[in-house]
Each structure stands twice: as structure tokens, then as C-alpha cells.
Design a protein around this ligand. Structure first.
Ligand code: FES
Ligand SMILES: [Fe+2]
Length: 354
């Protein structure tokens, strides 16, 4: 594989324009926007989008770009109880769906210019307790559920992420291309050397299954202690395997039976990524001993995962040292790194045949 896909500025711009503006991206958790007027701003790959809850419970999203002269309308990243948003530059006023309500000194403008001056809409939907947006807008965007695909909706849906709650979001500024971060979640090969996991686990990954669902895919990596169950007719992959789901281009769910991580590398520049790790957990009664056991186990696993993420981050730093090296020209992939090849082929296809 050609190493240029990680550093070519033109290629990055094409991915930004052709992929990130037309695919569904996660913007947050539904639970972050519960009340009328709660809002948050999604910001990455040059885009800034406001998402707000309306009084009827629905969400609206619009570009955080003032129709007057392009200032960001909304400052900050989150708030509640908003009724209006006022642009800080000349005071144009928008409602929480992006509709232009007020223009100071209105008579100085041509009425026809103001007739279509609402903030540009962005498609928004909710699934799995997550808020998703699509820059192609409510008219043009394919439905979220069609985009995710029935097989993934069904399989990932059984974890009932909508009944879970956000425990923590880790945020890192990573000095490599976002696809290098995606790659790290698309193979198990590195876990023995980098994470110190016994080689049996890495070998067991030879029995992983990889299911392509449109642009997305799911992958089930059997735990070595459960390899025997693989041949049983009622094999329960969600119990005996680690379940990964990738919703193209950058939403990666890592499911353990008790808790789930969403790994989200957000492109900032060709060689810079804002990397978010979301941890969601099941709700329960803190006084219930069963839930207390669950909580202790889950938190100890989460602490372990944070160490693992730290090891991944250390590798991104090593990769940052060589990202522009003339000695880094290509990559050699094994059969078990086939998901990386698939991901990059899909990306190339989107960029080239747009
Ligand atoms: S740029 Fe927003 S009111 Fe002028
Ligand atoms: Fe890793």
C-alpha cells in the first residue's frame, strides 16, 4: 500500500470534501441533549455544526456559519436552554433550527437576499443513543439506518447502547493522519508486541470473521479460551468474541459484553487528528450488590483499556517521526490485515469515483 494516502494534502482535501461531507458521523450522545434548547457544536475537518434539541423532542442541525459574512454564530461547544442564537459580529439572530429570525437594520438589505438566508441545514438523526449528522443535508442524505445497514443495526443493536450512559470521553491530539488511527483498530496483529497480549490471542484472530455490510463492516475476533465453541451451532459471538463494528469512515465500536467504547479519530489536518474515546456503560442501581460487582469489573477493564490506548498513542508518536520520511514509501500487509486493505480500497473508490 502506498504511504502517500497518509500525507498527500490533495488526497486529504478530497477525503474531506467527498467522504466526510456525505457520510454519517457521530456528533455526540443523545443524553447530552435531553432538554428543549440543549445544544452542542460538532467541529472537525473544517466543519462547524450546531445540533440543538427542539421543544417537540426532535433534533435540528445546521452549519454554524452566519449567512451574513460567515462568522461562527455560536461560540463554545455546548450549552442548554437556548431559545435563540445571536451572531457576535453584527447581531443576526437565528432560532435553534437555524432559521434566520432577525437582522438589525434590515431595511439596508435587499429583501430577496434575506429571503433565503437561513443557516444551511445538516441532516441529523439518532440511533443507539448516539447523535449522527450528515453534511449532505436533510434532502440529499441517505437515511442513517440504510447507511449503517440491517446486519449491523441488528447485531450491534442487541447491545442496546440507547439504554447505556456515557461514563467518560478521553480526548487526544494525535500528530498523524486519522486513517493511521483507524488502521490500528482494523487489525489484531499488533496486540502481542505492543500491548503484551499472549500470542494465543493474536493467533486466535486467524479464526476471526469479517462481514462487509455496504461501506461498513463488523468483525468478530474469538477469544482464545472460547475457540472450541466456534464450531457449535449456537455459537454466541457476542459472548465469546470481541465484536468490532466500523461505520465508514471513522466510527469504530468496540463491544465487550459489559461496556462499549466508541473510538473516533476526527481529521483536523492531513497529519493531525483529534482522537476521542467514548466509554459507555449500563445503568443500574448503585445499591444493588450485583450492579456493584458489574461496576467494579467494568471500571477495572476500562482502566486496563486506558493503558492500552496509551500504548497506541505512543506508537502514533513513533509514526509521527517518520510520516514525512522519504524512506516511508509503502506498507506491507498480511492476510490478517485485510480489513486495512479493504478500508483503504473503499476510501480510494469514494475519492476517485465521486
Ligand atoms: S457575520 Fe454574522 S451578523 Fe455579520
Ligand atoms: Fe492497539
Amino acid at each position: 500500500m502506498d504511504a502517500e494516502v497518509y500525507r498527500d494534502q490533495v488526497r486529504f482535501e478530497l477525503e474531506r470534501q467527498r467522504v466526510f461531507t456525505s457520510h454519517w458521523l457521530v456528533a455526540g450522545r443523545s443524553e447530552q441533549l435531553t432538554g428543549d434548547g440543549d445544544w452542542l457544536v460538532y467541529e472537525a475537518h473544517g466543519e462547524s455544526v450546531v445540533i440543538a434539541r427542539r421543544s417537540d423532542g426532535s433534533l435540528r442541525a445546521f452549519h454554524n456559519v452566519c449567512s451574513h459574512r460567515g462568522s461562527a454564530i455560536v461560540g463554545g461547544s455546548r450549552g442548554c436552554d437556548a431559545r435563540r442564537f445571536t451572531c457576535p459580529y453584527h447581531g443576526w439572530v437565528y432560532d435553534t433550527s437555524g432559521r434566520l429570525l432577525g437582522v438589525p437594520e434590515r431595511e439596508d438589505f435587499s429583501p430577496e437576499h434575506l429571503a433565503s438566508a437561513d443557516a444551511a441545514p445538516v441532516a441529523v438523526d439518532e440511533w443507539g443513543g448516539w447523535v449522527w449528522i450528515n453534511m449532505s443535508g436533510p434532502e440529499a442524505a441517505r437515511s442513517l439506518r440504510d447507511s449503517i445497514g440491517t446486519e449491523i443495526l441488528d447485531d450491534l443493536g442487541t447491545f442496546r447502547m440507547e439504554d447505556m450512559r456515557l461514563h467518560e470521553v478521553l480526548e487526544f491530539d494525535v500528530p498523524v493522519n486519522y486513517k493511521a488511527v483507524v488502521d490500528g483498530f482494523n487489525e489484531i496483529y499488533h496486540v502481542t508486541q505492543l500491548h503484551g497480549v499472549p500470542p494465543e490471542f493474536t493467533k486466535a484472530a486467524r479464526c476471526a470473521t469479517f462481514h462487509v455490510v455496504g461501506d461498513n463492516y463488523m468483525c468478530f475476533v474469538p477469544k482464545p479460551e472460547h475457540l472450541e465453541e466456534l464450531t457449535s451451532t449456537d455459537y454466541d459471538h457476542q459472548r465469546f468474541a470481541i465484536c468490532h463494528y466500523l461505520v465508514f469512515p471513522n466510527t469504530i465500536f468496540n463491544c465487550n459484553p459489559g461496556h462499549i467504547q466508541l473510538f473516533q479519530p476526527l481529521p483536523i489536518a492531513v497529519d493531525r487528528t483529534r482522537f476521542l474515546c467514548w466509554e459507555i456503560v449500563y445503568k443500574g442501581d448503585v445499591d444493588d450488590p450485583g450492579y456493584q460487582r458489574y461496576w467494579k469489573r467494568t471500571m477495572s477493564q476500562w482502566e486496563g483499556l486506558k493503558t492500552v490506548v496509551g500504548q497506541d498513542l505512543a506508537i502514533y508518536s513513533e509514526m509521527a517521526r517518520t510520516k514525512n520520511s522519504s524512506g516511508f514509501r509503502r506498507q506491507i500487509l498480511s492476510e490478517r490485515e485485510g480489513k486495512i486493505a479493504h478500508y483503504h480500497a473503499n476510501m480510494a473508490d469514494k475519492v476517485e469515483t465521486h
